[in-house]
Design a protein around this ligand. Structure first.
Ligand code: G4P
Length: 533
């Protein structure tokens, strides 16, 4: 439990845990989220998140494209209370809707849970998201899932995490068997085994029996072979593994490692309990040269995501805000720092698996959505008291590129407007080639779906038919350095461009052509994210 505080305000903030789950599609993120909500009492029967997702498609009045593709283009936050803590799970879009929003959502998280499929190990999308977390220096928990199925050897998985991600792990518990012979996990702190019991196939909270590792009865339950292996494994971990180190964890250098099976609920509750103990409460954030403390009485927040057209009937945009300090009250008046004017926050929303509800109050660490009549941009600061400006949110390297042109020459003004507004929302980036030749703008997106969304919205919102010609580049780097001459890079393997703010960027066909250019140009700095303005 958390220490009680003299002011109810501070204790509200300290009890908040705001995190995101990072994983590759199919590792079990939806399932784990559901199970966490189940333990938090937010849903009674697991399966509701998915069921709701399915039901929504039948009645959806959201973007047509969502219906057509049968996927969600939006993301939300889920809040529940557990053991005195207020937990906010930020949903990171995955699958085909993987986009820059997925990366930006991590800007609003104070910690991350990296979910790994025991059979597949560390997969590409996890690696990308891991690097964003690393860049922010937030603590990362690791949960290895699907132990009820045959997977890789646990020691080999630990090694893989270290080799691929360069991060050490410290197992908080350890699996006893796997797949058909999965018997449970040994809790290294408590010194006992929690036995796996899958009588109702994950529909309700898991029942666990516990037993000490030296308990002779344990050998009878799990069998002498597994018992001996467990004793050997634990000895090896104690002798050769990294000891638990809270400071290394907080810096993101050491990840507490958990094992379980989200589908059968196994290992979810112990994970949640450790998570709440170890995960940081809302972190301070840099504004200019000072850190804004979450417990400062003044309200402050920044916009990390803008979602358009959630409801086409109303043509609305929602700006998602992460509260950095203080307390939010419905109807309060705050400064919109970039515009230098006051705005009233009268219709704040909170999202629970896509269902909206009006928020009356919220605290540092919470996420709220605001109706946006077109006044917000990603990275905007809202605050009371003296004006401050939080550090902006970087643009991330797109992985797909396409030239864009429009069919009807009369639509040039609409095209410009659409391009400006949609790039401002941040779902897509725009670049312009520096070399002579084709002057058409180049779009860059982290996920391919964004091109379809762009095309669809240009037509439906701006009345412009656009044609996209895909380009063979896969990676972008923002280039800085006195001696940079775009002309030197005019070739077939790279494309020298500028972004919408005139910064120099090089597009590369692939990682290896990028590495070659970087090696050959040690005098230049190549960045994977756009320097924040
Ligand atoms: P995602 O959000 O990360 O993409 O993954 P999701 O939870 O949708 O899970 C992907 C698949 O993996 C699902 O199976 C899910 O049931 C399964 N899964 C999740 N956790 C576990 C686990 O602990 N053990 C096992 N054996 N499977 C797990 P599916 O067949 O694709 O979907 P569904 O028919 O179950 O909905």
């Amino acid at each position: 439990m958390l220490a009680t505080d003299a002011t109810p305000f501070a204790s509200e903030i300290r009890r908040r845990r705001t995190f995101a789950i990072i994983s590759h599609p199919d590792a079990g993120k939806t399932t784990l989220t559901e199970k966490l909500l189940l333990y938090g009492g937010a849903i009674r029967l697991a399966g509701s998140v998915k069921a709701r997702r399915a039901a929504r498609h039948a009645t959806s009045d959201w973007m047509e494209i969502e219906k057509q593709r049968g996927i969600s283009v939006t993301s939300s936050v889920m809040q529940f209370e557990y053991d005195g803590c207020m937990v906010n799970i930020l949903d990171t879009p995955g699958h085909q809707d993987f986009s820059e929003d997925t990366y930006r959502t991590l800007e609003a998280a104070d910690s991350a849970v990296m979910l790994i499929d025991a059979a597949k190990g560390v997969e590409p999308q996890t690696i990308k998201l891991f690097h964003v977390c690393k860049m922010r220096g937030i603590p990362i928990f690791t949960f290895v899932n699907k132990l009820d199925r045959e997977g890789k050897d646990p020691f080999a998985l630990m090694q893989e995490i270290e080799d691929v991600l360069g991060m050490r792990t410290c197992p908080m518990n350890w699996p006893v068997g796997m797949g058909a012979s999965f018997k449970g996990v040994f809790d290294r702190q408590k010194g006992h085994v929690e036995l796996f019991d899958n009588r109702d196939h994950g529909q309700t909270k898991a029942r666990t029996q516990t037993s000490g590792v030296d308990d002779p009865a344990l050998a009878d339950i799990i069998g002498p072979d597994l018992h001996q292996k467990l004793q050997e494994d634990i000895e090896l971990l104690d002798v050769a593994g990294d000891p638990w180190d809270f400071d290394r964890f907080r810096r993101g250098d050491l990840s507490p490692l958990f094992w379980g099976s989200a589908l059968t609920n196994f290992g979810v509750q112990p994970f949640l309990e450790y998570f709440l103990k170890l995960a940081p409460s809302p972190a301070p954030r840099l504004a200019g040269d000072r850190l804004v403390d979450p417990e400062e009485p003044r309200f402050s927040a920044f916009v990390f995501k803008i979602q358009a057209n959630m409801n086409p009937a109303h043509r609305d945009r929602i700006a998602f805000l992460r509260i950095v300090s203080g307390r939010f009250e419905r109807g309060m008046e705050v400064q919109h720092v970039r515009l230098g004017k006051k705005v009233r926050l009268s219709q704040p929303q909170q999202f629970m698996a896509q269902e909206r509800q009006i928020v009356e109050e919220a605290y540092a660490g919470d996420i709220i959505g605001l109706f946006d009549p077109g006044v917000f941009r990603i990275g905007d600061t809202l605050c009371t008291g003296e004006a401050i400006q939080f550090e902006g949110i970087p643009s991330f390297s797109p992985e797909h590129f396409a030239r864009v042109r429009f069919k009807d020459a009369m639509k040039s003004k609409h095209f410009r407007k659409g391009l400006d507004e949609l790039t401002e929302e941040g779902a897509i980036q725009v670049f312009y080639a520096t070399q002579p030749g084709n002057p058409d703008p180049i779009l860059g997106a982290v996920g391919e779906l964004q091109f379809d969304v762009f095309q669809y919205r240009m037509k439906n919102e701006y009345g412009v038919d656009v044609i996209l010609d895909r380009l063979p580049y896969e990676v972008a780097r923002w280039v800085e350095g006195e001696g940079y001459q775009p002309r030197r890079f005019w070739g077939t393997d790279n494309l020298a461009v500028t972004d919408r703010d005139g910064r120099n960027v090089l597009l590369f066909r692939n990682e290896s052509s990028m590495r070659y250019v970087i090696q050959q140009n040690e005098n230049l700095t190549f960045r994977a994210t756009a320097p924040v303005k």
